[in-house]
Design a protein around this ligand. Structure first.
Ligand SMILES: Nc1ncnc2c1ncn2[C@@H]1O[C@H](COP(=O)(O)OP(=O)(O)O)[C@@H](O)[C@H]1O
Ligand SMILES: [Mg+2]
Length: 573
């Protein structure tokens, strides 16, 4: 783990080295200033030495200049390194996330992934910076300051060192309690975000079921939980300060008593004593930070574990090392004895699928809900690889084709429409770098979308809101059809594109679909069988197997599931 963390620091080792040098200089300056109190009191302020009166102030100014420069140097360098690490890790996580196959996301919560890319990364960065800063700067300061107190009065120094461990003990205890409280606080915070995300996203359902009070109560309990832990942590913090001061005060009182006696007997000077006490006080900060560093390092390690968990997740669908180039689609898509079992599932959802979709054909997939239609359609786009068997595009195994090349040949329209919080124009032209406005409008007209877009507040430049909330289901679907039309891919996959629409929208959408299908190879899953009766081939799936295939008339004659489903819909109408 430590080695992997160091890897993030490695690219910045030059900067890190300079930062560490600055830290050493900084610690040396601090100690020198504490040491300088002795000549200042004994030589300058006692008026004994005239040259010192002029030399000391100049020396002090120079020392502060060096100290300031070193401080700025280490602080700004560490800030840069810290932020760069955040940047690097975030980029890495996001790249990893976007490379994952779809099945990765079925088992993850958005909020949790979000937490890792925001919160955990920050924790990790702070742990890395703290480790470096504390281990370097604070340990240096401690060594130098200890040097000063031993130089000034080694006997007194030994005495002070007895007091020190007594100071450190409560520090450690407070640290433990803080850690527990802040850990519990984090858990509560996570619960809070999940709840907000879930209820805001599902506000319609929350309201429709009159669950506002219930959700408020749940939220109240969680925030209260968070508050309790926060208050506990802050109280520990509030207590730790006076306790520490008291312990330090007792220590100083002891030093003054013992030191005072030594000054009185002429064994030490006032300057020595002063320099000694100040050095001792200055030791307090680095020691405290060092003990706290452990907390942050522990938190950071936990965060690192969660981050590595994502970075290490095996990517299921991966491009081959040397993907084969493909020509524009012209022959067929072939499934050869394809089976699929979803990860973490016990039963196969597709079993022994043999299917040929010839270029220019319209092939419809029919079957009861849960039969495996969507899964089969997803496999054409290689959202997952077969557990056994092979899928070919024009004779090339899908595994040997770069995903980008493969998907460039295909357009997908599904029941759940994904719109991004952007303008209508950009949503239609999703994936296009240069947007040809005229072309988008022409396409929108074909998709029966132009008319309603015109009526929007800012036409094509209207923002559609998160997930397209300002549009109706039918309007959203027509935008997604326009998007598919603009992509103009030879293969079209339609997964229940009209299922969630009312009859009027369905008619408009169906018209658009018919235009979209022209001249393309189509794999269509349709809820309403009347829309696919003219398909070249109808394939009936049941429990993951192809049980029938043929034309509408053949299948009706044959009887079986297709005839049953047809009969059911016929009765409905
Ligand atoms: N990501 C998944 N992980 C595990 N099981 C899944 C997943 N997606 C779908 N399934 C299961 O696979 C079966 C087929 O689903 P699906 O292909 O969506 O059917 P259809 O589209 O025909 O309604 C269902 O039993 C469903 O519960
Ligand atoms: Mg489906």
């Amino acid at each position: 783990m430590y080695r992997r963390l160091l890897e993030f620091l490695l690219p910045y080792k030059g900067k890190l080295f300079v930062a560490v040098i600055c830290m050493v200089i900084l610690a040396a300056c601090t100690a020198t200033l504490a040491w300088a109190l002795q000549p200042m009191l004994d030589e300058v302020l006692s008026g004994k030495n005239k040259t010192y009166i002029y030399m000391m102030p100049i020396g002090i100014i120079i020392l502060y200049l060096i100290k300031g420069t070193a401080y700025y140097g280490q602080a700004s360098l560490m800030a840069y390194i810290g932020q760069r690490i955040i940047y690097d890790i975030r980029k890495k996580i996001y790249n990893q996330l976007t490379s994952q196959s779809l099945s990765f996301f079925t088992h993850r919560k958005t909020g949790e992934l979000l937490g890792r890319i925001t919160y955990d990364v920050t924790l990790l960065q702070s742990a890395v910076s703290t480790t470096v800063t504390s281990l370097m700067r604070d340990i240096m300061s401690i060594i130098f300051l200890l040097g000063v107190i031993f130089y000034q009065d080694w006997l007194l120094a030994l005495f002070a060192l007895i007091v020190f461990p007594i100071m450190v003990y409560p520090l450690v205890r407070f640290g433990q309690r803080m850690r527990k409280a802040s850990y519990n606080g984090q858990v509560a915070m996570g619960n809070m975000s999940s709840l907000v995300e879930e209820t805001v996203g599902g506000m319609r359902v929350v309201k429709a079921f009159g669950m506002e009070t219930y959700e408020r109560k749940r939220f109240k309990e969680i925030t209260k939980d968070f508050m309790t832990h926060q208050v506990r942590a802050l109280k520990v913090q509030a207590l730790s300060f006076p306790v520490m001061e008291l312990v330090a005060g007792i220590g100083i009182a002891g030093v003054i008593l013992y030191g005072g006696l030594r000054v009185a007997s002429g064994e030490a000077t006032a300057g020595m004593l002063m320099s000694f006490i100040v050095s001792l006080l200055m030791l307090y900060d680095p020691v405290r930070r060092l003990s706290r560093a452990n907390n942050e390092i522990q938190q950071g390690l936990a965060a690192a574990e969660r981050i590595f968990d994502i970075l290490d997740t095996h990517i299921e669908v991966k491009d081959a090392l040397n993907p084969l180039p493909i020509k524009p689609f012209k022959e067929s898509i072939v499934f050869e004895n394809v089976s699929l079992t979803y990860p973490q599932a016990s039963r196969a959802v597709l079993r022994g699928i043999d299917l040929r979709v010839k270029s220019g054909e319209v092939v419809a997939l029919v079957g009861r809900s849960g039969a495996g239609k969507t899964t089969l359609a997803n496999m054409v786009l290689r959202f997952m690889d077969p557990s056994s068997g092979t899928i070919y595009l024009d004779g090339t195994n899908l595994r040997d084709i770069a995903q980008a090349d493969l998907r460039a040949e295909m357009a997908l329209v599904t029941q759940e429409i994904v719109l991004f919080n952007d303008t209508v124009l950009h949503n239609i032209a999703y994936g296009h770098e240069d947007i040809d406005r005229e072309k988008v409008i022409a396409i929108a007209k074909i998709a029966n979308a132009h008319e309603f877009i015109e009526k929007l507040e800012q036409g094509y430049d209207t923002l559609v809101g998160e997930r397209g909330v300002i549009l109706s289901g039918g309007q959203r679907q027509r935008l997604s059809l326009a998007r598919a039309l603009l992509k103009d891919a030879p293969i079209l996959v339609l997964d229940e594109a009209t299922s969630s629409l009312d009859t009027e929208s369905e008619r408009l959408v169906q018209q658009a679909i018919d235009k979209l299908m022209q001249g393309r190879t189509v794999i269509v899953i349709a809820h309403r069988l009347s829309t696919i009766r003219h398909a070249d081939k109808i394939v009936v799936l049941d429990q993951g197997k192809i049980v029938q295939s043929g034309s509408h008339n053949d299948l009706l004659e044959e009887g079986g599931i297709y005839a049953e489903l047809h009969q059911l819909q016929f009765e409905d109408n």
